[in-house]
Design a binder for this molecule. Sequence first.
Ligand SMILES: [Zn+2]
Length: 304
Amino acid sequence: MRTKQLRSKNGAVLELAKKLTLLFLLLTGLVVTGLPRGAAQKSRGAARPTRIPPKSVVLTFDDAVKSHVTIVAPLLKQLGFRATFFITHAWMNDQTDFLSWEEVARIHRLGFEIGNHSWTHGNFSKPESAAKLGEELQMVEKELAKVGVPKPVSFAWCGNAFGPDAIEQLRRNGYKIARRGMQPEIPYGQMQVGPSLNVQKHHPLLIPTTGDAYPDWTFEHFKKVLASTSLNEVIVLQFHGVPDVKHPWVNTPPEAFRVYMQYLKDNGYQTFAMRDLLAYYDEQKLPDDPLLKTQWSNPAPGKK
Ligand SMILES: [Zn+2]
C-alpha cells in the first residue's frame, strides 16, 4: 500500500516535472525564435564570404567591340567562364567593328554581365563633365531595356578617368561597383603589373585593374600579372577588342587571347564577373579609400 502511494506520488511529481520541462521548452523556444532572429539575420549578413578563393580572376571587356560577340563570348562560354562586357554607344554607329544593341542582348543571354560604360565615353573626372554622367548612364540603360537587358550595377570608368562628383552620380543612379585602370599606381601606357584588388582597401566604385591588356603583352607578362596576387586578393583583367581593329593601341590578338584563357582553365583559376565581387563587400562597412576624394585622368585622354 505504502509502495503504491509512493509510486502514485512519484508519478505526480514526474507529471509535474514533464509539464515544467514542456513549459520551459516552450518559453525558451519563444525566446529562441523571437529574440535571436534579427541577430541570426545579422550574423548571416556578417557571415558573407569574406574569404576570396585563391586564383580568382575578374574578366572585363570594354567598348562594345564586334569581336566580343564573334570571338570572346563564345570562347568564354565554352570554357565555362564568367565575365563583364562594358557597353558604350560611342562607336556603335560603326556596325562593322562594333556591337549592335541586339548583339549586346545576345551576350547577356549567354549568361554574361552587361555593364555600363557611358553613352559618349567621355572623361567624367571633372565636376562639369561628371554632371552629364547620370543622363548618359540612363541613355545606355534605356537602350538595354529595349532589348531585354536588365539595368546594370557595374560601371567602367571611361579612359580610366575618375573623380568624386562622378562617383556621386554613380551612387545616385544605383551603381554598386566600378572598375578603374592601373592608374594612379602605375604610369599610363607602361607594361607593368597593376594593383590586385583588396576588398579591405579598395572601394567597390574604384576597383583597380591588375592587368591592362596592351598589344605588346606577352604570355610571360600575362603569367606575371597572375602571379602578382597575395592571399585574399583578386586579379582584375581589362581587355578591349580581340581583335580590336579600330583601336589598335588596345588590341589583343585572338591567338594570344586563346592561350591566356586556356592557361586560366588548365591551372584552376576561377573567373568572376564584376558584380560577383559584391559578395565580398559588406555594404555597411565599405573601405575608406583615399582615391574617393581624388580626381584622376590619364595624360593621354580619350585613347581608351
Ligand atoms: Zn573604354
